[in-house]
Design a protein around this ligand. Structure first.
Ligand SMILES: Nc1ncnc2c1ncn2[C@@H]1O[C@H](COP(=O)(O)OP(=O)(O)OP(=O)(O)O)[C@@H](O)[C@H]1O
Length: 282
């Protein structure tokens, strides 16, 4: 059995007097592919931020790739952790004014010496690696195009090429296919899964159809707590519907009817009109 890559014990994250995350125990082994699912605000991004040291735990023990994140980490220790953790997010995660190739080279910053990285003077071997990575994601022809001139799907491919040359042990992907059309989303998932070969991959996923492409194990979060932790084959519509159902709502056999709002008078007139409109919708 592979060693543990991520271990959380009795972890709580608090902010502004609220519990954002409350995880009793979670172990993830090297090489595992995990999807994290859950409603908006369930704590998925908070969990990923916890694992990169951006969100310190208020209580409990957090170990990521043998870095103890429960104690205060120095900048040096944080940099060492982040060299081993690759990240891919939706949206603004590339440097807009840099070319696709230069953005990929950012993945090699952990290896090049300081003076080279400051003046962006990369060794030939890193440039060759970056070109090979762009080729692997089918984007070599766009190597010199600025990141802000690329499509959303192309930008995600650049981010995956950057992972390929960073060679992280743990990859955290926060909604990597948000805003992509279905075909592009499938292609990005396949490329990401290939890029993560040998690494541990944790992805926040909102589209159930993409789960089997990215994960063998699915963790459902609800209000900051683990609601389920199951093999992907066991996660069916009923389990997901239950997870996404607002707390306290009882299961409706069919389309729910709207309950009239009696307190309408307390709303501003414009808001009241919207309430009436919603009430009268078929
Ligand atoms: N720094 C913070 N201070 C206070 N509250 C925060 C902070 N960061 C996040 N939250 C709150 O914590 C909760 C969890 O946020 P998080 O971003 O982890 O949710 P999520 O599951 O990733 O949601 P989404 O699917 O919408 O991205 C939310 O209610 C959010 O408003």
């Amino acid at each position: 059995m592979s060693p543990i890559a991520v271990s959380l014990q009795q972890v709580r994250c608090l902010a502004a007097g609220r519990v954002l995350l409350d995880i009793h125990a979670l172990d993830i082994r090297h090489g595992e592919r995990i999807a994290i699912v859950g409603h908006n605000g369930a704590g998925k991004s908070t969990l990923l931020r916890l694992l990169t040291g951006f969100m310190p735990p208020s209580d409990g023990a957090v170990d990521v790739l043998n870095h103890d994140l429960s104690s205060h980490l120095s900048n040096h220790e944080l940099r060492a952790l982040r060299r081993e953790v690759g990240q891919i997010h939706q949206g603004l995660h590339l440097v807009s004014r840099l070319s696709a190739l230069e953005n990929v080279l950012v993945g090699s910053l952990g290896r090049v010496t300081d003076w080279r990285s400051w003046i962006r003077c990369f060794p030939a071997i890193e440039i060759t690696r970056a070109e090979a990575a762009l080729h692997a994601v089918g984007l070599l022809a766009r190597a010199s195009t600025r990141a802000d001139k690329l499509s959303g799907g192309e930008r995600q491919k650049v981010a995956i090429a950057r992972l390929l040359i960073q060679q992280p042990k743990l990859i955290l992907a926060d909604e990597p296919t948000a805003a992509l059309d279905p075909a592009a989303a499938v292609e990005i998932c396949q490329l990401l899964a290939r890029a993560a070969s040998g690494a541990t991959l944790m992805s926040v996923v909102h589209t159930p159809a993409l789960l089997p492409l990215l994960a063998e194990r699915v963790i459902g979060l609800k209000q900051g707590r683990i609601a389920f932790d199951l093999p992907v084959a066991a996660v069916d519509d009923a389990i997901l519907n239950n997870l996404y159902r607002p707390t306290g709502e009882t299961m409706q056999p069919s389309c729910p009817t709207l309950t009239p709002i009696d307190a309408g008078d307390q709303f501003e007139p414009a808001h009241r009109r919207r309430v009436e409109y919603v009430r009268n919708c078929p």
